[in-house]
Design a protein around this ligand. Sequence first.
Ligand SMILES: [Zn+2]
Length: 219
Amino acid sequence: MSLGILYRNITVNNLIYQLRFASCWSCNKDNKKLVNNLFCSHCNVLQMPDEKENYFKILGVDENYDIEEVTLAKQFKTLQMNLHPDKFANKKKEEQEISAQYSSLVNEAYKTLLEPLARGIYMLKLRGREIPEKTEIDKEFLMKIMEKNEEVENADTEKQIMHLRKENRKVIEDLQKQVSAAFFAGDLNRAERVLSIMKYYTSIDSQIEAVIREKGIIR
Ligand SMILES: [Zn+2]
């Protein structure tokens, strides 16, 4: 096959792909602009989520490690309001199915982007990287983590546990700043390294939260 034919084929395939995505699955009309980013502007039927879109795009926020929780929550609430099952109760079965699928995708996207560790891991994944299961961690660091674990286990009073929580969150916050700087500089090795450290502190945080629930501490 000559290069010319190959090139033409690719162009034709791309065109078909774009056309399929640009037209509404229900009324077949051209659908480049969606209402609220979700609905066909002609027949108002919910469109399918674009599989190529990442979680940031799905939630309509900038693709950045530094994310404003308030903005993220606002976007999430608006989407879920528009995707609420009640709104589709009298609609076609296909549309009901799309709404359920879309809604769970939005949930997953929100959960992932909200959590600093999950967000970092997701951003690495978008760049074709992942944290290896077994990272080489030096002994000194491991000892420090083990000590923290013990401290949490031995915390008896509300004051003690809340102090540990505050201390640990501060560490996570500092790590977040480092991850952000690493992504900003395009230093993926560094982002990977800091995130694998963050993993340990995030697990301490979950442990602290479990203790708080067990003791019935109201915050
Ligand atoms: Zn339509």
